[in-house]
Design a protein around this ligand. Sequence first.
Ligand SMILES: [Zn+2]
Length: 274
Amino acid sequence: MPEPGVSIHSFAFLRRLTSGVLETSPVWDAHAHIGRDRDGRHLDVETLIRDLDEYHVDGAVVFPFDDPDQGIDFREPNDTIWAAFERAPDRLIPFMRLNPNGPWETEYQRCRDRGHRGIKLHPRAQNFSLDSPAARDLFAQAASDGLPVLVHTGFGMGPVSDTVADLAKAMPDLQLILAHSTFIDMPRAAAVLAPYPNVYFETSVVQAYDLFAVLDTIDPARVLYGSDLPYASSGNSLRDLAVIASVAGIDKAHYAGLFGGNLLSLLAGTAMAR
Ligand SMILES: [Zn+2]
């Protein structure tokens, strides 16, 4: 708990919880949106960076929302992400969003060749299942190009751990980031997925008990800090991860990885599980 007079929302409290890691190591957020969503949410580069700056977050992976102008292949929202990246290349890592139900190949190649560093998929919003033939083709392509795929595994979905385990086993070169740590399927998911070193757990909007299950079971080198901005704030997301990491007894030596180092290693192609 914070000392008397220190707010639980303050950076001072966060600094103590994280033993200074936010100031001494690169802090990177694995999950943020830029653009606008069908649900009315929107976020621009300036607002995103203001939020990151407030909590010493060096930068974020950014990708489209479920954009009303996504068309058949997310071309426009992917361009929005690239334009944002060009305005803040030191702060943003651009991912493309794709729809496996449509003609995704051309848009995939266009974004890959331009320099998008990974892919975001949302099985509920784009209405596909992770083991559909189109999704498997997309995963195989990403694996052969060394692009990580971040998949929404949160609200609105049924249990997916067994499907994810099958994919991870069939495609050991595929780097799969589970957005929201597949909390819909916790605590079972942690046990089912622990054996697969190519499956990563991203922590945005994961509730305390589920986050504990992840940190208590999964190699901390496979856990990635995420916020899901603008659906949560950097401050709350950092604090929740710091509190639960401390409760779960995670060695402080892992904090630099948890809050950004693991993500940067994964993107650099140097990630190694214990
Ligand atoms: Zn999101």
